[in-house]
Design a protein around this ligand. Structure first.
Ligand SMILES: C[S@@+](CC[C@H](N)C(=O)[O-])C[C@H]1O[C@@H](n2cnc3c(N)ncnc32)[C@H](O)[C@@H]1O
Length: 535
């Protein structure tokens, strides 16, 4: 593989639909065994991209791919991008643009996008006119694929560190066995988008490295421990981060360029925005610098950037020199403190649309369960919007719980009681013991989804309605199976669920991550009438 950024013409290939048919690790191994190096390998839900610096390398990859089983009948599709230029944007694509959802079906031609820089390869849907259609398709496929496998008795596994392999269900869930119901549940005909399409990302993580070759600031896309190096132009081209984030990277780069010491670390930049106005404005930033093996004086760096920022942007810049630093985000008349360690939603505008949608599903709840609550934002917003008098929130991150508690006090909830618990929800299952049919349970887990014990506790509780907010359709499908299956052996170590299952009432998509392949899915689940899964 090339260590340096290439300067000449290259050929990039995209393998569409690869996820289903191609084992990426095997492909990489094959390339490696044959000394075929490539500049970049990017895997997304929609496709895999590679850049080769010689035609014979591309030819080898193509030939190997052609030979793969299934290639001829249900293939992954291949598209090549000739004369791909890394530095200048001279590539004029021969685009194949599907005009409707239909044309994105399995048998359709591949969708080509227009990569102008390597950075665009890492953000494959940036400026793609078919972004929304592709996202719908990818979520639907992920959900269908996982659930269909389950129905066939095959094991399904979610992408996580908790192993969730479903065993053959004893009784096929009646609910999913009904083709019509299945279709309706996942008839994801639209994605709700916001107006803001650039500069929306409230958090960026960037590697910083200074060695004998100079300063590199890059993204997390790593190949064999190398990470992509931004040029100044490429940084400008990155449409996802607010301009202040990019300026901060430049300031950091200049600073470390002038500084003699070697540096290796991670720069985390968080911003809060005000999107009630039409224009997305970055109000505050929080910067955390984790430096490894370095002699650089952290304090010096912080003071420097702070001063620069005050002058240039008049932005209040807060440093995480101690654990008590935070930035503040206003939402629905409430404010939330974001500490460096706590999660906060990446796209504030779309998050507000999600909250409004969740509100539609609730009807005067007695208690709101905010599971994986982070800074308590969803639970507190829902409590305010529904005038609910009780909140129970759980999150594993102490700073997030600290923030939730502080905010609850500062947000002037009168006559409302809140209990925030710090720890993994799977270790606090007793909170579901008192759950009643009037309560509203909101689940917003990390990408890995919920622990099987949580699903089991929910099924055995009296909860009637759940809202599941997910950023990963794979773990969502696995968890939906656990919540809706009539009777299944979840994992060998878990007892068989013998409780009334939930059924899926509605599934909605939100374009939370514009330009990237990720999408936020909100699913409403309703308790079935009986253990047989009658809806
Ligand atoms: C997608 S975020 C949602 C946070 C919050 N609901 C919000 O809207 O900002 C997922 C949250 O789950 C928390 N988390 C991860 N694993 C957890 C676990 N086992 N138990 C409880 N919380 C967990 C993370 O700390 C993170 O705050």
């Amino acid at each position: 593989m090339n260590d340096e950024q290439p300067q000449n013409e290259y050929t990039a290939i995209r393998i569409h639909n690869a996820g289903k048919f191609l084992k990426v690790s095997k492909f990489k191994q094959e390339l490696k065994n044959n000394d075929v190096d490539f500049y970049r390998l990017e895997t997304t839900n929609a496709f895999i991209s590679l850049v080769f610096d010689a035609p014979e390398k591309l030819a080898f990859a193509q030939e190997w791919l052609q030979k793969q089983k299934n290639y001829q009948d249900k293939p992954f599709k291949l598209s090549t991008i000739e004369n791909y230029q890394v530095q200048q944007s001279t590539y004029k694509p021969n685009n194949t643009v599907p005009s409707s959802e239909e044309s994105l079906s399995e048998s359709s031609e591949p969708v080509q996008t227009t990569p102008k820089t390597l950075f665009e390869i890492t953000q494959p849907l940036l400026n793609n006119p078919n972004e929304l259609l592709l996202k719908q398709k990818s979520v639907r496929n992920a959900l269908h694929h996982q659930l269909t496998r389950t129905l066939k008795g095959q094991t399904i596994q979610s992408q996580n560190n908790i192993k969730k392999t479903h065993q053959l269900p004893k009784i096929v869930p009646k609910y999913f066995a009904n083709e019509q119901v299945r279709k309706n549940s996942f008839h994801l005909h639209e994605i709700t988008s916001g107006k803001v399409t650039s500069g929306y990302r409230t958090k960026g993580e960037f590697m910083i490295q200074k060695d004998t070759d100079g300063v590199k600031i890059g993204s997390f896309y790593r190949i064999k421990d190398q990470f992509h190096v931004f040029s100044a132009e490429e940084m400008q081209e990155n449409k996802l981060f607010p301009v202040q984030t990019l300026k901060l990277l430049q300031i950091a780069q200049n600073y470390f360029n002038q500084n003699k010491q070697e540096v290796k670390g991670l720069l985390v930049v968080k911003t809060s925005g005000d999107v009630e106005n039409d224009e997305f404005k970055v109000k505050q930033m929080l910067v955390k610098l984790d430096l490894e093996n370095t002699t650089v004086n952290q304090q010096e760096f912080q003071i420097y950037v702070k001063a620069e920022f005050k002058n240039i942007f008049e932005t209040e810049l807060v440093f995480d020199t101690d654990k008590n630093q935070f930035i503040t985000q206003q939402l629905f008349g409430l404010s939330f403190r974001i500490y460096s360690e706590s999660f906060f939603q990446q796209n504030i505008e779309v998050f507000q649309l999600i909250c409004k949608q969740i509100k539609e599903y609730s009807s005067n709840p007695k208690c709101i369960y905010d599971i994986c609550c982070g800074t308590g934002v969803i639970g507190q917003i829902m409590a305010r919007l529904t005038d609910c008098k009780k909140i129970i929130g759980v999150d594993i991150v102490p700073e997030a719980i600290q923030s939730a508690q502080e905010q609850f006090k500062l947000n002037n909830f009168t006559d409302t009681e809140a209990t925030y618990i710090c720890g993994p929800v799977e270790k606090h299952l007793d909170i579901f013991n008192d759950c009643s049919s009037d309560d509203f349970v909101i689940l917003d887990p990390p990408r890995s989804g919920l622990h099987p014990k949580v699903l089991k506790a929910l099924r055995q509780s009296n909860a009637q309605q759940l809202v599941y907010v997910s950023c990963n359709p794979k773990s969502l499908a696995a968890d939906l199976y656990g919540l809706t299956a009539i009777d299944c052996e979840y994992v060998k170590s878990q007892p068989v669920f013998q409780s009334i299952p939930f059924c899926i009432k509605e599934t909605k998509l939100f374009n939370m991550f514009v330009g990237c392949e990720h999408v936020e899915t909100v699913v409403v689940l309703q308790r079935c009438k009986d253990a047989e899964g009658t809806i």
